[in-house]
Structure formats: structure tokens, C-alpha cells
Design a protein around this ligand. Structure first.
Ligand code: COA
Length: 342
């Protein structure tokens, strides 16, 4: 689905006004996984680009990381509060209620609209689109959009194919009402899904399908499972298609893109997507070596780190593209604004 572009220059738009992130202190290098699983540092680096990932300490929850990232994004925006808080996550604190109201309360914003967005690794791009919708519909002037995960809680510690890939973390942006054409204005968006392929990325147990089947979960069914090879192919195809669609809608060519900040799924996936779009590898920001795949947190975490390192500079044109379980995918573009550090 490509959103219709109704916001020409001068019209209302959702504008990025702040950015922040939060990582748990503990890092797990590949060697630590190789000590307990049939894998190696060399295999993980060459097949995924990952050297280490951050893992939340016992007693931590997704909301803790979300609050850390959200507070920094608010500070960077210079605004103490917003009208709505959206949290994109695959790993909410509890199945019910959503995590966002608690995050809003802990950030001193009891009373703000707050809900979660569930689209696995595409969650942040879906949340950006939803937040932009709230602003364009005049429901909110400012929205805090957070991607936060404690993905380690979903992993089967004995499954080498998933344990080596995922990490924990959170990233956030503040969106404010502004005008299309100004630096930081988001859009257009491209969003899509393919539920026929839902089984490729799934947690089999714990939902209504399993509970109402009358069959108790088999051991391990509470963990995240993924058909790696097929997911790889879908990820490359869908992110490339979505990125091309959004560029066409924006009237940009690959030459116009200074940086692609894609979902950090696997560095080989990013390289294939870049090739498909016609972007040289040096224009693809990558932090996967240090943080792994942090699912819904991946893009805002990458944005904050790229901004902090001075890689993203004001006026540069940025393409965001993501793919995840569902299957889901989505992309958007913006010109990077001048922001305070978080
Ligand atoms: N360490 C060592 N060997 C491993 C391994 C690991 N961690 N994981 C798998 N292998 C083995 C396989 O068992 C297989 O062995 P075999 O040839 O003897 O059967 C071999 O490596 C190749 O497996 P394959 O699954 O083809 O590897 P791959 O190159 O496709 O890499 C993934 C596996 C999971 C890294 C890759 O498929 C991937 O990144 N998929 C997408 C993941 C993703 O992005 N998911 C999130 C989407 S948002």
C-alpha cells in the first residue's frame, strides 16, 4: 500500500524533532555464544555481520529501555511532554495491558494517549506512520514514537539460528506538527503485509490459536522461531520493493539518497537491498556489528547512533526501510533536521 501524497509543501506534516536511544549495559560477544552453542565467531560475523549484542539484565523489562530512550528523545526535542506515546514492540512487559501507558506515566505524562504497535521488526515504521496520522488528523501536536525490545526473552537459548542474531535495546523519536518540505518532515510512506507467510516468523504458543486448540504447548513452542533462509529472501525482496516504491512516490532517485538507515536484520540483507535500489554500500548506515538485530528498536537506535556520530547531518536525505514478521514491511523518507544531542 502506498499512502496517497496529499501533503505538498506548506501543508501540515509530522516532523522529527528529537532522537534518543538506550542500550542495556551488558554485551554478549560472539565468543560467549560459541562457548555454549555449536557456532563460531567467524560463522556469525561472515553470515550476519554481528560481533556482539546487548542483553538486558534480570529484573529489566522492555518499558525500562523504552523509558530510557524516550527520556533522551524528549530532551533532544526540548519538549518535556507530548500528546501521545506509541511503543512499537514484540516483547511487551506483559501480554496485557499495552506497555505504552506505563511508559507515558513513567515519563511524567499520565493522561497522554498511549498504545503499542505490533508489527515485529517493521513496528517502528508502522508506528511512525500511525503517529504521523495522529498529527495530520489534528489529534496530536506532538507524539513520542519508541521502538523497544527485550528480544532475548523470546529466544530459545539452545537455538543457534536465532540466538546469534537478536539483541535488546530501544530507540525513540519525537514528532511534532510542522510543514511538508521542512527538514525532518516525514513521508510519503509505503506499508504492506503478507499474512499468508505468517508461519515463517512466529512464536507458536501463548496466543488464542494455541490456547483454544485444546492441545498443550510442546516444549520450546513458547520461543521465537524463524525459517532463516526463506525470511532472508522475503526480507531482501520486500525491503527493496518498498524502498523503490517510496522513492518513486517522493520523486527521489537512488542518487538523491545520502543514507539508507534500514532495519538491521543481517548485514548481507542490507547489502542486497542496497544493490537492488542502486545505492553504494558506503551510503548504508550499519551498527549491526555492535547491537545485532534489535527488531522494532533497530531503526530508531540506528538513527540515534548515526546522528550522535555525525554520520547523519542536517540537510541530508534519508531513506528508512524495514521488514519483519507478519510478514510486514514499510519505508519512508525524510531530510535530516538539525537536532540537539540526546
Ligand atoms: N552457527 C553455525 N552454523 C549455523 C548457524 C550458526 N549460528 N546457524 C545455522 N547454521 C548452519 C545451518 O545448520 C546450515 O548447516 P548445513 O549446511 O549443515 O545444513 C548452514 O549453517 C547454513 O544454514 P543457512 O540457514 O542456509 O544459513 P544462512 O546463510 O541462511 O544464515 C541466517 C542463517 C539465520 C543467519 C540467515 O538465514 C538470516 O539472516 N536470515 C534472516 C534472519 C532475519 O533477518 N530475521 C529477522 C527478520 S526481521
Amino acid at each position: 500500500m502506498v499512502a496517497r501524497r496529499t501533503d505538498t509543501d506548506g501543508r501540515r506534516a509530522a516532523v522529527v524533532a528529537g532522537v534518543g536511544s538506550c542500550l542495556p549495559a551488558r554485551t554478549v560477544p560472539n565468543e560467549e555464544l560459541a562457548a555454549r552453542l555449536d557456532t563460531s565467531d567467524a560463522w556469525i560475523r561472515s553470515r550476519t555481520g554481528i560481533a556482539r549484542r546487548h542483553v538486558a539484565a534480570p529484573g529489566t523489562a522492555t518499558s525500562d529501555l523504552a523509558v530510557g530512550a524516550g527520556a533522551r528523545a524528549l530532551k533532544s526535542s526540548g519538549e518535556p511532554a507530548v500528546d501521545a506515546v506509541l511503543v512499537a514492540t514484540t516483547t511487551p512487559d506483559r501480554p496485557c495491558p499495552a506497555t505504552a501507558p506505563l511508559v507515558a506515566a513513567r515519563l511524567g505524562m499520565t493522561g497522554a494517549a498511549a498504545h503499542d504497535v505490533s508489527a515485529v521488526c517493521t513496528g517502528f515504521v508502522y508506528a511512525l506512520a500511525s503517529a504521523a496520522g495522529l498529527i495530520l488528523a489534528d489529534v496530536a501536536e506532538r507524539v513520542l514514537v519508541i521502538g523497544a525490545e527485550t528480544f532475548s526473552t523470546l529466544l530459545d537459548p539452545g537455538d543457534r539460528s536465532t540466538s546469534v542474531i537478536f539483541g535488546d535495546g530501544a530507540g525513540a523519536v519525537v514528532l511534532r506538527s510542522g510543514t511538508a518540505g521542512e527538514p525532518g518532515a516525514l513521508g510519503p510512506f509505503d506499508l504492506g503485509s503478507d499474512g499468508e507467510s505468517e508461519a515463517l516468523i512466529t512464536v507458536p504458543a501463548g496466543g488464542s490459536r494455541q490456547r483454544l486448540s485444546g492441545v498443550p504447548p510442546r516444549p520450546g513452542e513458547e520461543f521465537f522461531t524463524m525459517s532463516g533462509k526463506e525470511v532472508f529472501r522475503h526480507a531482501v525482496r520486500r525491503m527493496t520493493g518498498s524502498a523503490k516504491a517510496v522513492l518513486a512516490r517522493a520523486g527521489w532517485t537512488a542518487e538523491d539518497v545520502d543514507h539508507m538507515v534500514g532495519h538491521q536484520a543481517n548485514s548481507r540483507i542490507t547489502q542486497h537491498v542496497a544493490e537492488g535500489i542502486g545505492l553504494p554500500p558506503q551510503r548504508c548506515f550499519s551498527n549491526i556489528a555492535e547491537v545485532g538485530n534489535t527488531a522494532a528498536a533497530s531503526i530508531p537506535l540506528a538513527l540515534d547512533q548515526a546522528h550522535a556520530k555525525g554520520v547523519l547531518r542536517p540537510g541530508q536525505r534519508v531513506l528508512l526501510t524495514a521488514f519483519g514478521g507478519g510478514l510486514t514491511w514499510g519505508s519512508t523518507v525524510l531530510t535530516w533536521p538539525r537536532l540537539d544531542p540526546s
